[in-house]
Design a protein around this ligand. Structure first.
Ligand code: SER
Length: 318
């Protein structure tokens, strides 16, 4: 059977690159990109596009009815920093958007659903190092507890309705094609733009704030591997821990200096995102992803830094 894949939230940081990867793999016409906003050039010119608002169930129903997707990727979300500014909207969108899609997937017999969770599901009392799959989870951001509740809904729909829903707890994702959207880990992208444009960067996180991170190439690879794995291998129906690398702003700055010796970094005194970062893990135990679907990251900090500087330099015409 040929696949029909609906990607909701296709204009975002992950959506932009996931749509391209899926179109390469399954054929451009098989992958319907959708978003609440006008499509980015790369999306519009490479295959079908539909407007979608995850809070409008009728609109989503129409999309499911029209395209009868075999796979749905729901990426529309409000991230951690923006979520603290608009807590009720973040809860509404992250939660009801997911429930709408899960319901429609059951109604239309969608074979597989992907929904991203995050390291933000952990909180101040979760172990910070090598954070295990199962431990105390007391997230204190709206984004974090909407993701944790969402994981529970995913597992519930799998148990009650047999829905094949799969999920990853993404670490901070570093990429250069589309801008990041209001997260706590965004500093690790901004720093590359500022290094290239001005040679200096003020980090909103402090020098030694260690967080789990991943290059987009690995994040897309992980997502596709999870979605292609045989259903019987998927032992976790809430969301898989996933690790790439961990680093601090100071370590990232050091790595940039290897290639740009004049680069300098400074640190903001007070930023609300610091408290969010302090409540999150520093590194993640992803042994279950390794066991169940052979996960292995390819990028470390050195390779990530080289790729980011090289690609951004080209795309910014510097
Ligand atoms: N990168 C996201 C954020 O910072 C975490 O999922 O909000």
């Amino acid at each position: 059977m040929s696949e029909k894949i609906l990607v909701i939230g296709a204009n975002g940081q992950i959506g932009t690159e996931l749509v391209t990867a899926l179109r390469n793999q399954y054929g451009a016409e098989q992958v319907i990109a959708s978003d609440i906003n006008n499509p980015a050039y790369a999306i519009r010119n490479s295959g079908p596009f539909e407007f979608a608002n995850v809070l409008d169930k009728e609109n989503l129903h129409h999309l499911f009815h029209k395209h009868q997707p075999t796979q749905v990727y729901l990426l529309a979300a409000i991230l951690s920093a923006t979520g603290e500014q608009k807590p009720k909207l973040a809860w509404d969108l992250n939660m009801n958007g997911l429930i709408h899609v899960l319901d429609l997937a059951v109604e239309f017999g969608t074979a597989k659903v992907f929904w991203p969770s995050s390291i933000a599901v952990f909180g101040p009392n979760s172990p910070k190092q090598n954070t295990p799959q199962y431990c105390i989870m007391d997230p204190n951001t709206v984004y974090g507890f909407s993701k944790l509740a969402g994981e529970r809904w995913c597992e519930y729909y799998h148990a009650k309705h047999g829905l094949d829903v799969r999920s990853i707890r993404y670490p901070g994702i570093i990429s250069w094609k589309a801008a990041p959207g209001g997260g706590t880990t965004d500093y690790a992208i901004h720093i590359f733009y500022e290094a290239l444009k001005t040679g200096t960067y003020q980090s909103f996180l402090s020098a030694n704030t260690m967080l789990p991170m991943m290059y987009m190439y690995d994040a897309i690879r992980a997502t596709l591997s999870l979605m292609e794995a045989p259903a019987e291998n998927i032992s976790i129906r809430s969301s898989y821990n996933l690790a790439g690398m961990s680093f601090t702003p100071a370590q990232l700055a050091e790595q940039i200096k290897q290639q740009m010796p004049d680069f300098s970094i400074s640190y903001a005194d007070h930023d609300p995102r610091q408290a969010i970062a302090d409540s999150w893990p520093q590194s993640i135990d992803d042994s279950q992803a390794k066991t169940d679907w052979n996960w292995q990251p390819e990028y470390d900090l050195k390779r990530l830094t080289e790729e980011m500087l090289k690609n951004l330099k080209n795309s910014l015409n510097l």
